[in-house]
Write a protein that binds this ligand. Structure first.
Ligand SMILES: [Zn+2]
Length: 731
């Protein structure tokens, strides 16, 4: 086994103790797997449907235990997460300062639930939450409490009679370890789920100050600027501390029950603070906690979360934790969403490879309207079980996401995710199946299935990552990149030129223009007649530009460009609104071929602008760029009206095409009022080499559709889709 570099050596050896400008090694060195190989719990791949019952303190003696057991059974839930301890103990704990529910008396509701669920042959997971505690703890162990930047101990923001605990100090490392050992010893559960275990924002307590100083030689940061040396070191140090904590808890749980593990609750994606590559290495399964949409989230956000987790988890189970309530900042935790909203949100997770996990707070139900929707989803899921045990997605396109760009790249004018969100919406509308790829898994093995990689302003890339992308193109892969991709190193330090300038075929000239008012793109139909990038835009002389662009200079001679800049001109007074320059030779799109590989580079923020404006002209450019780059017959095409998320999968003896119907007036701002059926659709799917379909079924309609096989392709007629249809092809 590789000798791990200790964190201390790492921090001393790199930029953290010295100048910011000196570029340290890739962050992965700090997170090199130093964990002994664990045995995989024997039950880990069995559960397909999960339930969670989070008790509230006054539930004991009040809630109807048999009702819940009956519901678990009826929904074919084969695993359950039950409240055990931490903030409130729902069993007769003996650990000092472990607060028993004031309603507990002599009862053991956790133990009763465990027993009942075991009789149903369910996998049983104990839920713990360490983030808040009480006055007696504060009095006896004042150093367990989180401290704010002014040095004041933090009261809980929502329950002011409580205290916020420090996530990185002895409260978690010592007290909560004892709690976990007690739960595991008493009940021998299959796993322990750790909720809100990673602290509640910055903590300036004595332990955090000292431990950070010992590791980095620095004081805790007072700024959120990632270019501040202390903040930069803290971003990595906090992660290492949390990985140590997770490993400690996991080891202690397995000492008591070797067939168990600890399951951390984590966020995901480019904006999450814990390295997902490392999480993927450490976890046997993972729970993606994106409970419902909020604000202007699109319903496909649940599918995006699934793709992001699977990017680092591979084939290990990824479970999609959904709530049935409204998930806005006001946190109406006892609320219930419409059936339509619950159904489409969960369908997005399932279609993208997650197993569902419903989460309900409070054993006493204040509103029962959600029960039917979840029951129907789970009943269907059970009936389709074998077609939902995916072996691999068959998408040929993937979009890269980059946590290091999220951690270290600073661009206050552009929310980091907007580029990716624009691409995501475009790929959904274009019905192109795709995956997501973590930027630290760009090796040949992880990219083997893909023909095209999309880089949505992946600004921060190391030279090593650039080399891997170069190798991908050399092997025949294609790249579509936008804006500042590779213009920064892995620490978010700006380069003088793109790391991928040789692939793009152009150099950065040092100037960023924007925000641009009233700027356009001229479509060069005469110079580039019938150009594939202009498909669907044949009658358009010009279209709107983006909002930000980089001044670039070609490094070589390009073929006639289909897209040139029409610079900004006044947008008021109206008498002055006429182009001062009608034509330039500034190309706004660079297309190159490298053997079988192709590279498309947009030196402007087409993806971010698309997310802001949703111009159909930009949609066509984005779609055309992926089609031109991919340059092969698609694995699946779906023809018909409406907006569909299309995913395509291989199972052991079958393949599936999922179609989630997102066609709804409330698509871009939920919640949905009703499901609106669409159809008909024609699905044309490439069959695996040398295989013929033995049987084709529509798993929602429950019928055999009209089919036709021609060469390597199967065509299927789907008459209508309400929320979610699955074409299941036995091979
Ligand atoms: Zn602390």
């Amino acid at each position: 086994m590789k000798q791990p570099i200790s964190r201390r050596t790492f921090l001393k050896a790199t930029a953290f103790a010295g100048a910011v400008a000196s570029v340290g090694p890739f962050p992965s060195l700090a997170f090199e797997a130093d964990r002994p190989l664990q045995t995989r719990p024997s039950w880990i791949d069995r559960p397909m449907r999960w339930a969670q019952l989070t008790l509230v303190e006054d539930d004991p003696g009040k809630f109807d235990l048999q009702f819940w057991l009956d519901y678990f059974k009826h929904t074919h839930s084969d695993a359950v997460c039950l409240s055990a301890g931490g903030c409130v103990a729902f069993y007769p704990t003996k650990i000092p300062f472990h607060h028993r529910s004031a309603w507990l008396g002599d009862s053991d509701p956790f133990g009763d639930l465990v027993k009942g669920c075991r009789q149903l042959n369910m996998v049983v997971v104990a839920r713990t939450d360490p983030h808040a505690t009480y006055d007696d703890v504060q009095a006896a162990h004042p150093d367990w409490i989180a401290v704010d930047a002014s040095g004041t101990k933090r009261r809980h923001w929502a329950s002011p009679e409580m205290w916020v605990t420090c996530g990185l100090g002895p409260y978690n490392f010592e007290f909560m370890t004892e709690v976990k050992k007690e739960i595991m010893s008493r009940y021998l559960v299959d796993a322990i789920f750790i909720n809100r275990w990673d602290g509640s924002g910055m903590c300036y307590c004595e332990h955090c100050r000292k431990k950070f100083k010992d590791a980095s030689g620095l004081d805790l940061p007072r700024t959120s600027n990632p270019q501040d040396p202390s903040r930069r070191a803290y971003i990595l140090w906090r992660q290492q501390r949390l990985f140590d904590l997770w490993q400690l808890w996991d080891n202690e749980a397995r000492k008591i029950n070797p067939d168990s593990c600890v399951i951390p609750n984590t966020g995901g994606g480019a904006t999450s603070s814990l390295d997902m590559k490392r999480i993927g290495e450490m976890s046997e399964m993972l729970v993606a906690d994106r409970q419902a949409r909020r604000g202007l989230a699109a319903p496909w956000m649940n599918g995006k979360s699934a793709k992001e987790f699977r990017a680092t988890m591979g084939r290990k189970p990824v479970i999609g934790l959904f709530s049935v309530g409204v998930e806005e900042p006001e946190r109406w935790k006892d609320s219930v969403q419409s059936d339509a909203e619950i159904r489409v949100w969960v369908a997005e997770g399932i279609a993208n490879g997650m197993r569902p996990w419903f989460s309900k707070f409070s054993g006493v139900l204040h509103d029962e309207r959600w029960l039917k929707a979840v029951d129907e989803i789970y009943q269907w899921h059970y009936s389709a079980d074998k077609y939902l045990r995916n072996v691999a997605p068959l998408a040929r396109v993937a979009m890269v996401y980059s946590q290091q760009t999220g951690w270290f790249y600073v661009n206050e004018r552009m929310p980091l995710e907007d580029h990716a969100l624009g691409w995501y919406q475009a790929l959904i509308e274009a019905r192109i199946p795709f995956e997501m790829v973590h930027d630290r898994l760009l090796d040949a093995e992880h990219l083997a299935q893909f023909k095209t990689l999309i880089l949505p302003n992946i600004a921060a890339l190391s030279y090593q990552q650039c080399d891997r992308l170069r190798a991908f193109v050399k092997r025949g892969g294609s790249i579509v990149a936008t804006y500042e991709t590779s213009l920064y190193d892995e620490w978010g330090m700006k380069r003088t030129d793109f790391g991928l300038g040789d692939l793009f075929g152009c150099s950065f000239k040092g100037k960023v223009e924007g925000p641009m008012q009233n700027s356009y793109l001229r479509l060069e139909h005469e110079a580039a007649p019938g150009h594939p990038m202009l498909k669907g835009l044949e009658d358009a002389p010009r279209i709107i530009n983006g909002v930000w662009r980089l001044e670039v200079e070609p490094r070589e001679q390009f073929a006639n460009t289909p897209l040139t800049l029409i610079p900004s001109y006044p947008d008021l007074p109206m008498e002055k609104v006429y182009p001062r320059v009608v034509k330039t030779d500034k190309s706004q799109l660079f297309l190159r071929e490298y053997g079988a590989g192709r590279v498309v580079y947009f030196p402007w923020d087409i993806d971010r602008t698309f997310w802001e404006v949703l111009s159909v002209d930009h949609l066509k450019l984005l779609r055309n760029a992926v089609e031109w780059a991919t340059n092969e017959e698609p694995a699946v095409t779906v023809t018909g009206p409406g907006v569909l998320d299309v995913t395509v999968w291989r199972q052991k003896d079958s393949m599936t095409v999922h179609l989630v119907n997102l066609t709804n007036p409330m698509m871009m701002k939920g919640p949905l009022r009703e499901l609106i059926s669409i159809g008909p659709q024609t699905v044309r799917v490439r069959l695996p080499e040398g295989r013929q379909p033995r049987k084709v079924r529509l798993l929602a309609a429950g019928e055999a559709p009209l089919t036709e096989v021609s060469r390597q392709y199967l065509s299927v007629k789907v008459a209508s889709i309400l929320d979610h249809e699955v074409v299941a092809i036995d091979l």
